[in-house]
Ligand binder design. Sequence first.
Ligand code: TRP
Ligand code: ZN
Length: 882
Amino acid sequence: MRTDTGQIVHLADYRPTDFVLERVDLTFELDPTNTKVEARLIFHRREGVDVSVPLVLDGDELSLSGLLFDQKEMPASQYDATPQSLTVRDLPAETPFELTITTFINPEANTKLMGLYRTNGVYCTQCEAEGFRRITYFPDRPDVLAPYTITIIGDKAANPVMLSNGNFLGGAGYDEGRAFAAWFDPHPKPAYLFALVAGDLGVVEDTFETMSGREVALKIYVEHGKEPRAAYAMDALKRSMKWDEERFGREYDLNIFQIVAVSDFNMGAMENKGLNIFNDKYVLADPETATDQDYANIERIIAHEYFHNWTGNRITCRDWFQLCLKEGLTVYRDQEFSSDMRSRPVKRIADVRNLKSEQFPEDAGPLAHPPRPDSYREINNFYTMTIYEKGAEITRMIATVLGHDAFRKGMDLYFERHDGQAVTVEDYVACFEEASSRDLKQFFRWYVQAGTPLVTASGAYDAASGEFTLSLEQMTPATPGQPNKEPVHVPLSFALILDNGSIAEPKSVTGGEVTGDVLHLTERSQRFTFSGISSRPVLSLNRSFSAPINLAFDQSSADLVHIARHDSDQFSRWQALTDLALPNLTKAAADAREGHEVVCDDAFVSALLECAGDSNLEPAFRAQALNLPSEADIARALGGNNDPDAIHAGRKAVHEAIAKAGEEIFVRLYDEMKTEGAYSPDAESAGKRSLRSAALSYLTYAEGTPSRAAEAFGAADNMTDLAQSLTLMAHRFPDASETTAALASFLTRFDGNPLVIDKWFSIQATIPGRDALERVKGLMENPRFNAGNPNRVRSLVGALAFGNPTGFNRTDGKGYDFLAEQILAIDKKNPQLAARILTSMRSFSSLESVRAAKARKALEKIQKAAALSTDVRDIVERMLKG
Ligand code: TRP
Ligand code: ZN
């Protein structure tokens, strides 16, 4: 366990290494508890570096057991080895030299799941961000690129599969009982992209012919017996490869591409060159065990990791401050892929919902940081919503500002100019400046300023002059370490919608730059005037969520209803319905808190029901509209002094009002949206199921009994319907006998399938109300729970803390005390996981004062604990500092 407090790393301190790494040659002799690693590294001193400068390599919990210089033993006086570093002195001035470093590591004891570890008897690695230094001493930073040769030697019977990056060189028996396999990756890469997998795994094989006619072998490795459940992932992979060729001109570059699914994994997946490693949750699917959402996630994450081959691997990051260069861009690419595979507006709605409910709170709280930070204490804590999702929004804005063609030109230039390099966000943006001849200096502030800008808008129409004026102001709130903000370049897609639903074409626009349907807000305050508008228009602003901002625009219900009916941008129609819903939900929360009766605005309810029943709209879109803003969204809209119980009660009352008013429509939809025939995970069928389940949810509110959900549970022939009906029963009628029976039958049916049991765990962990805590504690005693497996921990502890506002935020503070205890226990095994779950408390200071004080106490208890990892210490201290 590391108990250091962690050094702060600053972007301003960046300088290249003193030694250049030319080649890496690794030999692993696998053993579950004592694996021998021999690293042969060829270096030369960088030109201009003084001969007195030593070579310093990174380590983490390592011990050196041998060091050769050009194959001869190195005198002990020439080096110092500690668990954290290896320093070698008196190295040559100019000539290349070879160091051979031997370490022994214990994969079985590696509970951090960083470096080389074991999962279900399989050897597996995770090296991003700084895991390679847990394998051998190395210049473990992303700007050190080299080709790798890998030899794996292992017990033949236990490891029929031995994989690494690049192309397979060959393999055979090695000595008695052992075999070897050799791999060569010709593409220079940083150590964080290294991977090794060995064990006894089943494989699904296919091939892909690239745009230039090369054949690539595709292999997905899973546990024996699970091969059929990898078919959808394989299909998603082939579609991703094709799409990247068509959309971005990117071709795959090795003769083999492999994916391995493992059951113990800290995150979703990892883009190791030619050998992606996945959390099995994002590979395995069949209709009986996976929901529509699981299928969509598999498609997205398979694409994401594959797309990293160009955005991340061929072109990588100069340092970890540039993380959003690969992650934000790759998320943008996977979003575009999913939009092309599915419904673009529905995908945009889902992405914006996620951005607003996860990234906006991060950006408004103590953990706020710019997409390109300038310092960090623990890099593992920077794999955040801001880096990924806001990073994607920034690339999306570049595409909006430049237009499709110039954006593509900029991307092409980026790929051509920087292939094989480790670069910065500045290098990336410069490509777009050159391709478009547009100055992006002001735009660049999006990368370096934290916080969600607030844009305030007001419009006025003057019938006499036929002019519509729009006044805009922008303000970015202060965030930790950044009290003052400069105005950013906000691209705002807009439409002036006339009475008959058509879109006005202004004769002229003054007051600022307008390109196509995009207004460019660049000043702190700006007034645009549109002339030649024949009648009072309704302004639809920030269409498709062209900029990741909070918009304060006091539009009447009538105007919002007009947008909800007529905008040609479907996203905006959904946004208008949300804007109608939110004041009802916040008011309902206030009423519930005061003990007042909750009443809903008729305009809102009828607009929502009109949308629900509109058969010209896609079912998935209608389902999104019916799925009201979450409790977290309402809390965010309320802004502070929040009472999760009141928010929950108010939201429930709004649902009941809608359910009563729309009962007939919901009965009809429940009937009409039934999908016929065998289950298919395609977007259209999934959309129907989602609308049907929204109807079921409202009907359950209207009827006030679990019978209809119980019936649906009995009739379900796929996991989507099954999990949805079980959730309805459990969340609305936790004590009903139908619920008890359904939970028991679900468990019996899926026992032995941990990924499905995770659903069973989290459905119960998210049952609203104060009993959730005892329920979770009870489930942690269940033999199916395993505190060492991140998926299990997330499905119980994570689900309670992130997904159950009323259950977690108990007024007696017991939820916080429980989390503190859990964090300290998890931290001993897996600091990265502990730190991530702890971020669930990032908005504690916006709770009402009784809860906020108890939450603070729990955080202080964590902070004072004897041995904290750097990961948890970094998070807890930032949260307490605010
Ligand atoms: N780079 C990976 C991705 O974007 C995510 C990742 C970073 C990761 N660090 C990790 C995954 C550690 C697992 C463990 O998909
Ligand atoms: Zn990624």
